[in-house]
Design a protein around this ligand. Structure first.
Ligand code: NAD
Length: 345
């Protein structure tokens, strides 16, 4: 297939691009190259004849038309978004612009392209979304595809809005869409502002390792390459109009996750004192959801996907990757506008 991947210079998008090329797909990577992007993430495929890059903004209708006409994709995988919850609290405007208006503009460009080609049956518009649209869980239960939406942060509200737009473009205009909602990802090329890189990099630098509140918030963690495989499964085998929850079956309280990382680091890069001594509790994030957990039965039973990497394996791999790729993360940390934020998606 020829896949138009938006946000392919970001964390998850670049994993999708690398895996899609390895699988023999052609890829057009469309990315505006915001602060969160890094073309080094796709350097390993940049010379592949099946790969093309287009610097374009999903809010730019004329640019989107040009890209669709030039490349004639068989499917769109839409990952481009503002993705950092803490940034959405500080400044929600860009989240509405990109995640809501941008998704609307991309849907309209895809619809015009699909209509213009006589509505080919095989075309797919895949919207990649988050489990945060469902709000928060108590101590028990899991999000299913039928869980009502109840987003609590500007980020999750903007992703809920874009999910609704995608659904409506299917119901109203017949656009062949599939949707997926995934739990927290981690792995190589994760932007240094997000929780797991912050913990690793602050630990190595001898700085405080900040943790929101008591650290009792629970997240489900999925290794990014497992997510990329799930997304390629959904775009190629998913049923039109259906949504799929994707999760790692790996729930952890933030405090336990941070402790795990510190213990792994103690082995991989021994220091004078245990890294856990650097943990500091900081004021909690407003509207901080207590717990997310994903019931991924549907994608397992209907499409045959399940995670392959355990949290312990994935964390060890990820820590080693950060130890081996200091030039990558140093360059991003030094980028203008990148603070030392604590990101707990
Ligand atoms: P990211 O911030 O690492 O990457 C986003 C990419 O989108 C960047 O390359 C950026 O340049 C690009 N982009 C931003 N605005 C754009 C615009 N207006 N036009 C074109 N490109 C633009 O994000 P990520 O963590 O890789 O997340 C990718 C997608 O997956 C997002 O839609 C996010 O909501 C979703 N998601 C993320 C997670 C997670 O844990 N990170 C979990 C579930 C779902």
């Amino acid at each position: 297939m020829k896949l138009l991947v938006t946000g392919g210079a970001g964390f998850i998008g670049s994993a999708v691009v690398r895996l899609a090329i390895a699988d023999g797909h052609e890829v057009v990577n469309l990315d505006a190259l915001t602060y969160a992007a890094c073309l080094d993430n796709v350097a390993s495929v940049a010379d592949n004849p099946g790969y093309a890059f287009e610097q374009a903004d999903i809010r730019d209708a004329a640019a989107l038309k040009r890209v669709f006409d030039a490349h004639q994709p068989d499917a769109v995988m839409h990952l481009a978004a503002e993705s950092h919850v803490d940034r959405s609290i500080d400044g929600p405007g860009s989240f509405i612009d990109t995640n809501v208006t941008g998704t609307y503009t991309l849907l309209e460009a895809a619809r015009a392209y699909w209509d213009g080609r006589g509505r080919p049956a095989g075309f797919r518009f895949h919207h990649i979304s988050t489990d945060e649209v469902f709000g928060t869980l108590g101590d028990t239960g899991m999000f299913t595809e039928e869980t009502p939406y109840a987003p609590n942060s500007p980020y999750s509200a903007s992703k809920a809005a874009s999910d609704h737009l995608v659904r409506a473009w299917h119901e109203t205009y017949g656009l062949p869409v599939v949707l997926s909602n995934c739990s927290n990802n981690y792995g190589p090329f994760h932007f240094p502002e997000k929780l797991i890189p912050v913990v690793i990099l602050n630990a190595l630098a001898g700085k405080d390792i900040p943790i929101y509140g008591a650290g009792l918030n629970v997240r489900d963690w999925l290794f990014v390459e497992d997510h990329a495989r799930a997304l390629l499964t959904v775009v190629t085998k998913g049923e039109i109009g259906r949504s799929y929850n994707i999760g790692g079956n790996a729930e952890a309280r933030n405090i336990d996750l941070v402790q795990m990382i510190c213990t792994l680091l103690d082995d991989l890069r021994p220091a004078a004192k245990p890294y856990a001594d650097q943990i500091r509790h900081v004021t909690d994030r407003p509207g901080h959801d207590l717990r997310y957990a994903i019931d991924a039965t549907r994608i397992r039973d209907e499409l045959g996907w399940q995670p392959t990497v355990t949290l312990a394996e994935g964390l060890a791999f990820t820590i080693q990757w950060y130890l081996d790729n200091e030039a990558w993360w140093t360059a991003l940390q030094n980028r203008e506008g990148v603070g030392k934020r604590l990101g707990v998606a």
